[in-house]
Write a protein that binds this ligand. Structure first.
Ligand SMILES: NC(=O)c1ccc[n+]([C@@H]2O[C@H](COP(=O)([O-])OP(=O)(O)OC[C@H]3O[C@@H](n4cnc5c(N)ncnc54)[C@H](O)[C@@H]3O)[C@@H](O)[C@H]2O)c1
Length: 283
């Protein structure tokens, strides 16, 4: 059901690779809610993915940009403003990648060139996007900027590797820039900390299916899907949340406030029974 929450608003969406992508769902829902959008991704992701299909369905243009390149971002913001005929109202940063994760390098054996790339792609690009947008005065007053994060920024979750450090930096950038842009132009900047989600980036995380199962059993409301996430992000782009800024907002079915749930405990008890049985057999 649509509520016209974004009627008359215009926005730029990073990170739609294919229909599993969280950014894909946000783009679809934003248009359903009345927004006009511009889509962007790296040239290689545009070639390998299916963003053109999304663009067609959303009546959007696609402007290629590597979010680590300031000159690409300058061109992107210029093209976006040209397309909209002026300033716009929201930006979604839905970008993450770790070469250490991809190449199976564990956190105690990181390749530091890869680490620098992880931080640049997954966190510093957020700073670059905001800095370029601000220098070009691309956003309307009360515009909204959202990036996607994960609870590994606060808690250690085995397998998330150097992406945990990237997410901690990402959330810090939202606070630091949120102060500057908020004071000047009432632009609000937040991160949404999403449940584990089966996307291309998500599936790359070591032990992802177990992590998803654990989070689902632990969260009273169960894991939030990419669709659920899109709905939440839209409220942050809407005028209903104009005083929310510099926050990391958990969108995770309650996971972040849990310790142990009954459902997870039951599974743990079963595992212990098997373990005790095995030990007594050996004895
Ligand atoms: N999937 C999950 O479990 C999960 C959970 C919490 C947060 N997130 C975050 O959500 C965001 C979106 O990821 P997703 O799960 O939808 O996966 P996805 O693989 O669909 O999206 C990741 C996107 O990042 C883009 N990207 C990579 N390098 C880039 C660069 N240099 N410049 C521009 N774009 C680049 C990719 O092309 C891709 O479109 C990421 O920030 C991710 O960390 C994901």
């Amino acid at each position: 059901m649509a509520y016209n929450l974004l009627k008359g608003k215009k926005g730029l969406i990073f990170g739609a690779l294919n229909e599993d992508s969280i950014a894909w769902k946000v783009a679809q829902r934003a248009v359903e809610e009345g927004a006009e959008i511009v889509l962007t991704n790296t040239p290689v992701s545009i070639r390998m993915g299916t963003i053109d299909r999304l663009a067609e369905a959303c009546n959007a243009i696609v402007v290629p940009a590597d979010a680590t390149s300031v000159s690409d971002l300058e061109n992107l913001i210029d093209k976006t403003m040209e397309h909209f005929g002026g300033k716009f109202d929201f930006i979604l940063h839905s970008i993450g990648m770790s070469l250490n994760v991809r190449k199976g390098r564990t956190y105690d054996d990181l390749d530091y060139d890869y680490l620098a790339k992880t931080l640049d792609i997954s966190a510093i690009s957020f700073h670059k996007v905001i800095q370029v947008a601000r220098k070009k005065d691309a956003l309307n007053d009360w515009a909204s900027i959202v990036a996607l994060s994960y609870i590994a920024a606060q808690r250690t979750l085995y397998g998330y590797n150097d992406m945990a450090d990237a997410k901690a930096l990402l959330e810090s950038i939202a606070r630091s820039f949120g102060y500057i842009y908020g004071r000047e132009k009432h632009v609000r900047i937040n991160t949404v900390s999403q449940s584990p989600t089966p996307t291309t980036a998500g599936k790359g995380v070591l032990g992802m299916s177990d992590l998803m199962d654990f989070a689902d059993r632990t969260s009273p409301l169960g894991n939030a899907t990419a669709d659920d996430c899109a709905g939440y992000v839209l409220t942050l782009f809407s005028d209903l949340t104009r005083k929310v800024t510099m926050q990391n907002l958990f969108h995770d079915g309650g996971f972040s406030s849990m310790g142990m749930s009954r459902r997870a405990m039951k599974l743990y008890e079963k595992g212990l029974e098997v373990e005790y049985r095995d030990i007594s057999k050996r004895e």
